[in-house]
Design a protein around this ligand. Structure first.
Ligand code: SF4
Ligand code: SF4
Length: 132
């Protein structure tokens, strides 16, 4: 009987959840969204990759790439705090739902392969970043 009261109350009350991603709540002030990088400042030193508990950052100094596995990131901000160039930050937007291991790939400065940044890439990322 006690349970029936709860069932009826829940049936007649408004939803407690939102239909994300169609309905999005405004992020709280200290909300941590997806990691953002200012590619121009990155020196590919690798400190962020060493500090990342999820091991989701891969750096290839030869290729000049900084690669983040967007699904594996746990939004801890350790990389942001460790970066000596302050080129990482936590975004303020809710991340898009993901089905697989999409990567944010950035071509850093000071490396030969920066020119590859101009050679294509995806849609909603800045010129020197691609998602794949
Ligand atoms: S993001 Fe910062 S810590 Fe990571 S490789 Fe670039 S400069 Fe180094
Ligand atoms: S926020 Fe945490 S888990 Fe995500 S890339 Fe940075 S250190 Fe790794």
């Amino acid at each position: 009987m006690f349970m029936m009261k709860n069932v009826l109350r829940n049936l007649l009350s408004r939803n407690a959840t939102r239909k994300y991603p169609y309905v999005r709540r405004e992020p709280f002030p200290d909300y941590r969204g997806p990691v953002q990088i200012d590619a121009e400042k990155c020196i590919l030193c690798g400190i962020c990759a060493k500090k990342c508990p999820s091991q989701c950052i891969a750096i290839d100094p030869k290729e000049g790439t900084w690669d983040l596995d967007l699904l594996a990131c746990v939004y801890c901000a350790s990389c942001v705090e460790a970066c000596p160039k302050q080129c990482l930050s936590m975004g303020k937007e809710h991340p898009a739902p993901r089905l697989g291991h999409d990567h944010l790939v950035v071509y850093g400065t000071g490396k030969k392969k920066k020119a590859r940044a101009e050679a294509g890439g995806k849609t909603d990322a800045p010129a020197s970043e691609t998602e794949k």
